[in-house]
Ligand binder design. Structure first.
Ligand code: ATP
Ligand code: ATP
Ligand code: MG
Ligand code: MG
Lengths: 259, 259
């Protein structure tokens, strides 16, 4: 099982969109895929028409168990997405209370790793959507991932935010004792604006080793897909945006076999 | 002095863009304007080319003082923006540590109100940019504001998030003992996409009393302005986006004189 985290401390850069699109494409290819929503705002959960405020069971239950997660708890949290091979563990807004509850206890950075270990033979890929804030939930996502995908909007402010994400990554890497490979993914690229073109060039110069050499263009079909509650490739597999994510997926899969 | 907070728990909906654009327009009209950055990510601070990781003084200092803020501390935090009548109190990334530090101590929800009271004769308007997370910083913004501006992207996921923002508003209103008037501002509107058109209609039906009856269109000039580090009206006062914010500002100023 491969675990990919999708994270960036900047808001609105395409984390949820990347998670659902890549997850949908992997499921289209025949893999069994789990999407895990660790954002208390629950965009990924709302995307599939579930209500993060009203759910009886969610990722929150994993944290309530903390050190000893019952063997069949993760499986009991799986929800349907309308795609045969794509399942979801939803977020609930109660996740927002965890920061204050557990910060005193320590050792809660590995809850998700322990939970995913119980699903190891059930899925081929797990994609984790994180909130735009450094805290316990993001730490859990980074601690359990084997690869980190960092969507970065091609605009000035988002690049400043990326430096911060890198510092967070360095911090987590020291705690993990092994490297966490990452890929910077330029998103919301709009070739009509100078700011987008120049930002992409700046990104490429600053992160030459770990940036994907293409980019995700602005594509209005993503909004249509989120309204329809379907992975974008299910709504329109030929759209520009889905095609770009397909090229990204090939790049990520090649990187994976390298090590 | 009028204090406006700009907040929404959803990321990337145009909070920082609204804060800097409205602030710039108010300064263009001859008002003395303060922008206050309460987002630990510091987008507003980076916008004006300051580094939220490297600043010696910032909004963080106000929280360190807590209950007794020295009289001349807020004034000492003011930074230039390149616009004569527009000043900034920047954010530092250290703001992200406040949640854990102070949650035990209670009573820290009024730090910003106390600090702004010390600047009461210095500015005509204060606009507060908040992070996309419910916590101490957002509570401070809502507790000190006389009006709340809620940017909402015209797409499905953002509307779900608005319900959550409303619940937060109700919670804060109970603690404030008086109403906090608010205006929902549809942003990033793209008339070419069905999802945008339908979302705007849904927003209008759901919040008929408190929604601004127009919307902010997608305008690539905003990215250019953030790269240039200037309020959008300074870069191009005739752009579609700036024009729309001008119409919004007229609406907000009319609402203000009503009560
Ligand atoms: N390539 C794209 N083209 C057009 N719109 C996009 C694209 N990617 C994302 N979007 C839209 O931009 C908005 C923000 O995207 P998304 O919610 O995925 O970002 P996020 O980083 O997950 O935000 P948050 O920080 O709130 O979690 C959504 O409305 C989404 O539909
Ligand atoms: N009307 C608009 N047209 C085009 N781009 C816009 C518009 N409003 C905002 N943007 C762009 O969208 C991105 C997100 O905007 P902004 O940073 O203001 O959102 P935010 O709500 O403050 O995000 P965060 O949750 O990270 O604080 C920025 O790149 C900004 O330049
Ligand atoms: Mg998201
Ligand atoms: Mg912002």
């Amino acid at each position: 099982m491969h675990v990919w985290a999708v994270a960036n401390q900047k808001g609105g850069v395409g984390k949820t969109t990347s998670t659902v699109t890549l997850g949908g494409l992997l499921a289209d290819q025949g893999h069994q895929v789990l999407l895990l929503d660790l954002d208390p705002h629950g965009s990924l959960t709302s995307y599939f028409k579930y209500d993060p405020d009203g759910l009886q069971k969610s990722a929150y239950d994993l944290f309530q168990q903390g050190k000893n997660i019952p063997k069949d708890l993760p499986e009991s949290l799986l929800m349907d997405t309308g795609h045969d091979r794509l399942k979801l563990i939803p977020a609930s807004t109660a996740l927002a209370t965890l920061e204050r509850q557990v910060s005193a206890q320590g050792g809660m950075g590995l809850v998700i790793s322990r939970a995913l270990a119980l699903l190891w033979n059930r899925f081929d890929y797990v994609l984790i959507d994180s909130p735009p804030v450094l805290g316990l939930l993001m730490i859990n996502a980074l601690a359990s991932a084997q690869h980190l995908i960092i969507p970065v909007q091609t605009e000035f402010l988002a690049i400043k935010g990326l430096e911060r994400m890198m510092r967070t990554l360095n911090m987590v890497t020291r705690a993990r004792k092994n490297e966490l490979p990452y890929t910077v993914v330029p998103t919301l690229y709009d070739r009509r604006t100078q700011a987008s073109v120049q930002s992409l060039r700046l990104l490429r110069n600053t992160y030459p080793e770990n940036i994907w050499n293409s980019m995700i263009p602005v594509d209005t079909k993503f909004r249509d897909a989120s309204m329809a509650g379907m992975p974008p490739s299910m709504l329109d597999s030929q759209s520009r945006g889905v095609h770009a994510y397909n090229v990204l997926l090939k790049h990520l899969l090649e990187k994976q076999t390298d090590h």
